[in-house]
Design a protein around this ligand. Structure first.
Ligand SMILES: Cc1cc2nc3c(=O)[nH]c(=O)nc-3n(C[C@H](O)[C@H](O)[C@H](O)COP(=O)(O)O)c2cc1C
Length: 219
């Protein structure tokens, strides 16, 4: 099938959203934990986390338009803090349910049975049951003029993950950590590594490197 911009534009909006949401490839599945300035917690699944840089360690989220009705964004702007918590297979149902439009006074933690985990001095809760958990401090926020979505850039200030996920070169084996992948807005995938490849150089052919046994890395 081949679709052009006119075909996409003419599609019914839900079909177009379902298709276009699949076109960026496999995405991450994160629970974004926040609290308002009274400590009322909020949790929302988001698939838009992207890596911006490692030094400083920056990740960005795209948050849909909607102002005050977007509790996650309002809380991040109020406290300057949020957490990212990787969804695991055991968490899929609860994580997906956080996309429902709960009222501001209803916490998705209570609604889904997930447990807030607080880091001393940090104003947003992690998810106790998650594998990889990150505390993020807000560094930049922009409303994008092209479609009124919000770019939220955070710096990783705390990273917690299972010891057995750390590999010898410092990378995390996300499959070992139980992290799942997402397509579209509804399909969760178990990850299984196919190959690890060495740093590419123009004068060398592609070289495979061995996949390590769990827990090979040290901090
Ligand atoms: C799989 C999935 C991925 C989602 N990714 C995003 C996202 O990247 N950004 C976003 O703003 N909303 C995303 N949503 C929608 C939010 O989860 C939803 O709007 C939620 O109600 C927001 O909660 P809040 O109002 O408490 O912030 C996603 C929903 C699903 C089901």
């Amino acid at each position: 099938m081949l679709l052009d911009d006119k075909d996409l534009s003419a599609m019914p909006s839900r079909r177009r959203a379902a298709l276009v949401n699949s076109l960026s490839g496999f995405k991450s599945a994160n629970l974004v934990g926040t609290a308002d300035d009274q400590g009322m917690t909020n949790l929302a699944i988001m698939s838009s986390a992207v890596h911006l840089g490692s030094h400083p360690p920056l990740l960005a989220l795209i948050v849909r338009p909607g102002g005050e009705e977007r509790h996650t964004l309002a809380n991040i702007l109020a406290t300057g803090c949020f957490t990212l918590n990787h969804v695991t297979a055991q968490l899929i149902e609860a994580a997906h349910q956080t996309a429902a439009r709960y009222q501001r006074h209803e916490s998705e933690f209570a609604a889904t049975g997930l447990t807030p985990q607080w880091q001393t001095g940090f104003a947003a809760p992690m998810v106790l049951e998650a594998g990889v958990k990150l505390c993020m401090r807000l560094r930049e926020h922009q409303e994008l003029s092209i479609n009124k979505t919000h770019l939220v850039i955070g710096e990783i200030v705390v990273a917690e993950f299972p010891d057995q996920g750390l590999m010898a070169d410092g990378a995390l084996d996300l499959a070992q950590c139980g992290t799942v992948a997402l397509t579209g807005l509804d399909t969760y995938h178990q990850a299984a590594p196919i190959k690890r490849m060495a740093y590419a150089k123009p004068d060398l052919p592609p070289r495979e490197i061995a996949i390590e046994p769990p827990g090979n890395g040290k901090c």
